[in-house]
Write a new protein. Structure first.
Length: 116
């Protein structure tokens, strides 16, 4: 199983970023997928989850209405569109298999920094 996150960077408050997660080594189209994040000094937290077919989604209250999780099963890729970013969104973002419980090993993540 390999999960490679990309798309992070430095953005000003109110800006947008789109994260991608390239998956391989398992049947992506059959797996629910999630995005988590970990800010310095804090525990890793669930940001958003999407069902295997992409129909069902779940979001943390702190990002609902600003972030959108989606997937392209033909490309084995998971996405997280992040709009109206806030400084408190600064964290390392990870993708992983699973809906309510992460399954498997974590990748290297991608750093998102929201700062003026």
């Amino acid at each position: 199983v390999q999960l490679v996150e990309s798309g992070g960077g430095l953005v000003q408050p109110g800006g947008s970023l789109r994260l991608s997660c390239a998956a391989s080594g398992f049947t992506f189209r059959s797996s629910a997928m999630s995005w988590y994040r970990q800010a310095p000094g804090k525990e890793r937290e669930l940001v958003a989850a999407v069902s295997s077919g992409g129909v069902l989604t779940n979001y943390a209250a702190s990002v609902k209405g600003r972030f959108t999780i989606s997937r392209d099963n033909a490309k084995n890729t998971l996405y997280l569109q992040m709009n109206s970013l806030k400084p408190e969104d600064t964290a390392v973002y990870y993708c992983i298999r699973g809906w309510a419980t992460p399954q498997g090993s974590w990748g290297q993540g991608t750093q998102v920094t929201v700062s003026s």
